[in-house]
Design a protein around this ligand. Structure first.
Ligand SMILES: Cc1cc2nc3c(=O)[nH]c(=O)nc-3n(C[C@H](O)[C@H](O)[C@H](O)COP(=O)(O)OP(=O)(O)OC[C@H]3O[C@@H](n4cnc5c(N)ncnc54)[C@H](O)[C@@H]3O)c2cc1C
Length: 477
C-alpha cells in the first residue's frame, strides 16, 4: 500500500476507490486493454482536481485522467511504469450555463456528450459533435482526443467547436480560460495546445462550447456504387448543389456492410443492388423537409443517370433513417465480435483515397491472404477506418507480430500518400511507437519541449503519445 494514499484519502474520503473490485471497471478499456492504478479518484469540483494534482506533484505519483473510457487508442487506462492514480472526471458533470444569445454553453469535463447535446437542444440550439459512443464518452475526453465523428464535414472537429477551456496544470494550478469569444488574438492559443493533447499537458475540467441553429429538416440516403473515386466526385457535386449542406458522407465497403448486417441479424441490405461500396449521406437544411429531400433526390438522380452511382434509397421515415444510421453506428461492435482485430484510423487527402485503397488492399492480401480487411469511415473528412479481421474460422489467428506488420504496411502507405496515422482517435499508447517513423525530428523535438515545459516531471499520462526520457526499453509490462 502506498503510504501517501492515506493522505489523499483524507482529502477525498468516499471518492477514492482503492479496493480491486471497485477499481476494476476503470482499468479495462473498450478494446479490452488492461491497466493498473493504485487508486481511482473521483473529484466533484475543479478545486478537487487541483488538490489531487498538487498531491501527485508532491509524492511523485503519475496521474491518468479518464472520462468515459471509450477511447480507441489505448490512452484511457494507465499502463505506466510508475505508481499511478486514475483521475476519473465522471463526477465533474454539471452544465454550468447556457447563453442562447451568444450561442454557447459551459460544460464540465465529465458531462456525457449526449447530455451536452440535450442541454443545447433544450435551448433550441444544436451541439453538433456526434459519434456512436455519445451516450458514454465525455466532453473532456472528446476535447482531449479532438474527436471527430459524423458531422465534421459541416461543423468541424471538437477543436473547432470549443471557444475556451478551464484546465488544471500538472502542478495543480487552475487556468481559467473560459472565454466565450469567437475572436481572441492575445497571444499563444493555450486552448489549442490542450485540445488533442490526450491528457498529457493538463487536465481539462470545463469548456465553453459553440452552439448552432437547429436544422429544420434532415434527409438521409444510402447509396451503392463501385468506385471510391466516384464517391469523392459525388461528394463534390452534392456540396455544390446543396450550398455546403451535406452533414454526413460516410463510406462502407461491401464487406463492412455484410459484417454489420450479420451482426445485427438483418438479412436484407437497404440498397438492393450488390455494389463494392456503400455511402450513408445526410443533408440538413434550414428551409424544411421538402428542400432537404429535394437536394438529395435531384443530386442522386443526376448521379444515377450519369452512371456515377448504381443504386440509391432515400429514407422515407425517421425510423428508416435511424435504421441506416444503426448500420454505421454498430460497426465497432460488429468488429469486436469477430476476435482479435488490427484497427487503423487514418486520414488522407480525399483525392488520394482511391489509389491508397487499391494499394493497401493489394499489399495486405499478398501478405495475409486469409485475413479479412474491412474499410469504412468518414469519407467527407478523408478519414478511413481500416481493420484487418482474423480469418472467420480462426479468431485468434492474427498475432501481435502480424499486427505490427499490418501497421507497417498501412502506415507506410498512408505516409507515402501524404496522410496521417491517426485522424480522430489519437496516438495513445497503441500508436506511440509508430510516431517517430512518420513525424519529422524537428516536430518531435518541439512536442517534447512543450511537454517538458508544461509537465516537467512527466506526471500526466507518461507513456501516452510520447515515451518519457527514462522509459525502459522493455515496454512489455
Ligand atoms: C463505439 C465507438 C465509436 C466511436 N466513434 C468515434 C468517432 O466517430 N469519432 C471519434 O473521434 N472517436 C470515436 N470513438 C473514440 C472516441 O475517441 C471516444 O469515444 C471519445 O472521444 C473519448 O472520450 P472519453 O470521455 O471516453 O475519453 P477516455 O476514453 O476516457 O479518454 C481518452 C483520452 O483522453 C484523456 N482524457 C479524458 N478526459 C480528459 C480530461 N478531462 N482532461 C484531459 N485528458 C482527458 C485520457 O487520458 C485518454 O488519453 C468511438 C469510440 C467507440 C467506443
Amino acid at each position: 500500500v502506498n503510504p501517501a494514499l492515506a493522505d489523499l484519502n483524507g482529502l477525498f474520503a468516499g471518492r477514492l476507490l482503492v479496493d480491486e473490485a471497485d477499481k476494476a471497471p476503470f482499468l479495462v478499456d473498450w478494446l479490452k486493454l488492461k491497466g493498473d492504478a493504485i487508486a481511482v479518484a473521483m473529484p466533484e469540483t475543479t478545486e478537487g482536481v487541483a488538490a489531487i494534482l498538487r498531491w501527485a506533484a508532491r509524492t511523485g505519483t503519475a496521474i491518468a485522467p479518464q472520462g468515459g473510457n471509450t477511447g480507441l487508442a489505448g490512452g484511457s487506462v494507465p499502463q505506466l511504469a510508475r505508481p499511478t492514480v486514475l483521475l476519473s472526471l465522471k463526477r465533474l458533470n454539471r452544465i454550468r450555463s447556457v447563453d442562447a444569445v451568444n450561442s454557447t454553453l459551459v460544460a464540465e469535463a465529465g458531462c456525457l456528450l449526449a447530455d451536452v447535446q440535450a442541454a443545447a437542444a433544450e435551448a433550441a440550439r444544436l451541439f453538433p459533435l456526434s459519434l456512436a459512443a455519445e451516450g458514454s464518452c465525455t466532453i473532456g475526453g472528446n476535447l482531449a482526443c479532438n474527436a471527430g465523428g459524423t458531422a465534421v464535414l459541416r461543423y468541424g472537429t471538437a477543436r473547432e467547436l470549443c471557444l475556451g477551456l478551464e484546465v488544471v496544470t500538472a502542478d495543480g494550478e487552475i487556468w481559467n480560460g473560459l472565454n466565450a469569444l469567437r475572436k481572441n488574438n492575445t497571444g499563444y492559443s493555450l486552448r489549442d495546445l490542450f485540445i488533442g493533447s490526450e491528457g498529457t499537458l493538463g487536465v481539462i475540467t470545463a469548456a465553453v462550447l459553440k452552439l448552432f441553429p437547429k436544422p429544420r429538416a434532415r434527409a438521409t440516403a444510402m447509396v451503392g456504387l463501385d468506385r471510391v473515386e466516384q464517391a469523392a466526385l459525388l461528394l463534390a457535386a452534392l456540396q455544390s448543389r446543396s450550398g455546403g449542406a451535406i452533414t454526413t458522407f460516410e463510406l462502407m465497403s461491401a464487406r463492412a456492410l455484410a459484417l454489420v448486417l450479420a451482426h445485427l441479424r438483418q438479412t436484407q441490405s437497404p440498397v438492393e443492388s450488390a455494389c463494392r461500396w456503400y455511402l450513408l449521406i445526410e443533408v440538413s437544411d434550414q428551409q424544411g423537409e421538402d428542400a432537404a429531400a429535394a437536394t438529395l433526390e435531384e443530386g442522386l438522380a443526376a448521379a444515377l443517370e450519369s452512371g456515377q452511382i448504381k443504386d440509391a434509397v432515400i429514407a422515407s421515415s425517421l425510423s428508416q433513417a435511424a435504421s441506416f444510421w444503426r448500420l454505421r453506428e454498430s460497426m465497432n461492435e460488429a468488429q469486436a465480435a469477430t476476435g482479435k482485430v488490427v484497427k487503423h484510423d487514418v486520414s488522407l487527402p480525399i483525392s488520394a483515397l482511391d489509389p491508397f485503397i487499391a494499394g493497401v488492399d493489394a499489399a495486405l492480401s499478398a501478405q495475409f491472404p486469409d485475413a479479412r480487411t474491412i474499410i469504412y469511415g468518414h469519407l467527407g473528412d478523408g478519414n478511413l477506418h481500416l481493420s484487418a479481421l482474423p480469418p472467420e474460422r480462426d479468431p485468434h489467428r492474427l498475432q501481435p507480430r502480424d499486427g505490427a506488420l499490418i501497421n507497417r504496411i498501412v502506415h507506410d502507405l498512408v505516409h507515402e500518400y501524404g496522410g496521417a496515422i491517426s485522424a480522430e482517435h489519437g496516438i495513445g499508447t497503441l500508436r506511440r511507437d509508430e510516431l517517430p517513423r512518420y513525424k519529422s525530428e524537428i516536430e518531435l523535438k518541439l512536442m517534447r519541449r512543450i511537454k517538458t515545459a508544461l509537465d516537467p516531471d512527466w506526471t500526466l499520462n507518461p507513456g501516452v503519445l510520447l515515451a518519457p526520457p527514462d522509459w525502459p526499453t522493455d515496454r512489455s509490462f
